[in-house]
Design a protein around this ligand. Structure first.
Ligand code: SAH
Length: 333
């Protein structure tokens, strides 16, 4: 931007003004950037597009959750979500069109992966969601828990998150930015060496390899032990408490035996286990356990000394789980 401005005999500081308008001023167009000379605004508008994607659908749930279905400019569509919880304004962002991981219960991967998102496509989701908030409300948290496997598109994810955390960008603390992964050890190690320590969440979903191989097929080539070892190295080098995610599927991974195995697996780690009741996907046979079973499962974990959080399901009625809306409305236009 600075080069572009210099070539046009404009002062470099205008780049900072433009950035500020985009990330904190919530400008929708260059014309909104009222402290730039009119002629410059025109030239910017002729040379650049702020928005590349189009919003194919916008849903709102009664609990304040909003979901956008975003048509990307070249191909494919993705979903992203705004969640309102007390003081928090969290957004859930996609990293790929589709997903190659193949988790059997998840809508995002049912048709495989189409392509990685670019840095700009990831950022555009954040900015579109930010603009759904009233002016006095700021985004507080970002979770890379939309469609796709963020660690399979790490370069674009990290360069988008750099803007998200930069004070000149969205200014969100890296502690409030979560990268969620199925568990790819080499990429976790890369992330551990990265200059900014983001919050890491690992989707475990099963306490032993035979069950995890069934639910999360890529596990077959990886295995739980190497993932936990990489997670421990991440903690050792960043000091960030780890989160493990566990989607509860009735009759599959919700037994007391599973709870006990989880206790044995995770005991002694500085971590939080986030248990998520399954959000049913049309056409898939998986179900949310009854609330009595969920409570028993929780009690067994607590008795075993595990730090647990049972997440509330949000966005019921608007297909808010990864990839549901895209499946319903078609994978592309
Ligand atoms: N690929 C990353 C990000 C995926 S989405 C990962 O695997 O972590 C974030 C979380 O939502 C994952 O734990 C994923 O397994 C979970 N998830 C996917 N579909 C779900 C559903 N229908 N109900 C509840 N959780 C779901």
């Amino acid at each position: 931007m600075e080069n572009w401005l210099t070539e046009r005999s404009q002062p470099k500081f205008r780049a900072g003004q433009i950035t500020k308008w985009l990330y904190t001023g919530r400008a929708e167009s260059f014309d909104d950037m009222s402290d730039l000379p009119k002629a410059l605004r025109k030239e910017l508008a002729a040379s650049f597009d702020i928005w590349q994607a189009t919003i194919a659908d916008h849903q709102r749930a009664e609990d304040g959750t909003e979901k956008l279905l975003v048509d990307l400019v070249d191909s494919g569509r993705v979903e992203c979500v705004l969640l309102r919880e007390e003081g928090r304004r969290s957004i859930c962002v996609s990293s790929q069109v589709g997903c190659a991981m193949g988790c059997v219960f998840c809508a995002s991967g049912l048709d495989g992966v189409e392509r990685n998102l670019t840095r700009g496509e990831i950022l555009e989701q954040m900015l579109r969601l930010q603009r759904l908030l009233p002016e006095e409300e700021r985004l507080s948290h970002i979770v890379m828990m939309g469609m796709g496997e963020p660690l399979a598109n790490l370069n674009s994810v990290l360069s988008a998150l750099e803007v998200a955390r930069s004070p000149a960008g969205l200014g969100i603390s890296p502690r409030r930015i979560t990268i969620s992964t199925v568990g790819l050890p080499a990429a976790i190690d890369r992330l551990a060496q990265y200059s900014t320590p983001f919050h890491l969440a690992i989707s475990l979903h099963a306490p032993n390899d035979s069950l995890r191989n069934r639910l999360v097929p890529v596990n077959d080539k990886i295995g739980i032990r190497p993932i936990l070892d990489a997670a421990d190295r991440y903690f050792a080098s960043t000091g960030r408490r780890l989160t493990f995610e566990y989607v509860l599927l009735a009759g599959l991974n919700d037994s007391l035996d599973c709870a006990q195995q989880l206790v044995d697996l995770l005991r002694g780690r500085v971590s939080m286990l986030n248990v998520i009741p399954y959000n049913p996907v049309a056409g898939l046979p998986y179900q949310t356990p009854e609330s009595a079973a969920i409570h028993e499962f929780r009690d067994a974990l607590i008795a075993g000394g595990i730090n647990v959080m049972f997440r509330q399901r949000k966005g019921d009625g608007i297909d808010a789980a990864c990839g549901q809306l895209r499946r319903k409305r078609g994978l592309s236009t």
